[in-house]
Design a protein. Structure first.
Length: 303
């Protein structure tokens, strides 16, 4: 009998959710930077062994804002919790605090009667074992977690233990996907995310959070992919930064994204990137939907 089910990974922005997924799967599925709000969509990634298939739902970092793009990301995270058989609540090693956002995440998950495992990430940064035990004791008092497990997502610490624990909570079920299936996101999405990753890595301040990437043209002929993409920005001043002096920045974004796409997809890729301004793209719901960020999840029982 095989086991197969959905595991949602939730938490505040930038606590290591995407790093955890990529390390567990062994492939780059979600983009990673040190900046918050890197993940916008609910990313589905699949781990399969002889008798177990785990479908991970890497959700956007949960924070509360009335901005339309932030509301979309919150809906994606809430949707992941609703779809899950098991919820992983990820916190950082030095984040022993119960603020409003963490409390809402916990209260909502527990109200859905979902089993929940607390993962305390980056434990390799603890200076003494005593500090780690203090953090575990703190979180034990906050909620009735099914398990509390210290991890290092980047270094893969406790990964075998995690797999053993996950199997305890997954239902007996045939595999949902073929054994070689890794993600539900297609090549168009992956390339757009790789472009957005370079914007996050190479620019600063509000630009990564005020930008979106649209794939205008995508041709795949005999493993040769041609892509035209547009970076949508909110202000003219941001366009000048993205282009850079004599086009140096946009060239670097294109070259890095193209190289990463070739390595990940193992195909020949020719990428062109354009830039346009749309002042209200992140604040008007209709424009958010046109850019592919569309989710009808009801937030009334969360907010």
């Amino acid at each position: 009998m095989t086991k197969s089910g959905y595991i949602a990974i939730i938490g505040k922005p930038n606590v290591g959710k995407s790093t955890f997924i990529n390390a567990f799967i062994g492939e780059t599925i979600s983009i990673i930077t040190r900046k918050a709000q890197t993940t916008r969509d609910k990313i589905l990634a699949v781990y399969t062994d002889e008798n177990t298939q785990i479908i991970f739902l890497d959700s956007p970092g949960i924070h509360i804002s009335k901005k339309e793009i932030n509301q979309f990301m919150l809906k994606e995270a809430i949707s992941a919790i609703k779809d899950a058989d098991l919820v992983l609540f990820l916190v950082e090693y030095n984040n022993s605090q119960m603020d409003k956002v963490n409390k809402k995440i916990l209260d909502y998950t527990l109200s859905k009667n979902k089993p929940i495992i607390l993962l305390i990430n980056k434990i390799d940064k603890y200076k003494t074992p005593v500090k780690m035990l203090e953090a575990i004791d703190f979180w034990k008092k906050q909620a009735d977690f099914n398990e509390i497990i210290p991890i290092s997502a980047f270094k893969g610490f406790n990964q075998k233990l995690l797999l053993k624990e996950f199997k305890k909570y997954l239902p007996e079920h045939p595999f949902y996907y073929p054994t070689d299936f890794l993600t539900d996101k297609d090549e168009r999405f992956i390339i757009s995310e790789l472009i957005r990753e370079q914007i996050l890595l190479l620019t600063h301040e509000e630009i990564p959070y005020d930008s979106a990437v649209v794939i205008d043209k995508f041709l795949n002929i005999e493993n040769n992919i041609t892509v035209d993409a547009t970076i949508v920005l909110a202000r003219e001043s941001q366009k000048r930064v993205i282009l850079g002096s004599k086009g140096t920045m946009i060239k670097k974004i294109r070259e890095n994204a193209q190289e990463n796409a070739i390595n990940i997809l193992n195909k020949n890729i020719k990428l062109k990137i354009f830039v346009k301004i749309d002042k209200n793209w992140s604040t008007v719901n209709e424009k958010i939907e046109k850019l592919g960020y569309s989710n009808k999840t009801d937030l009334s029982d969360f907010l």
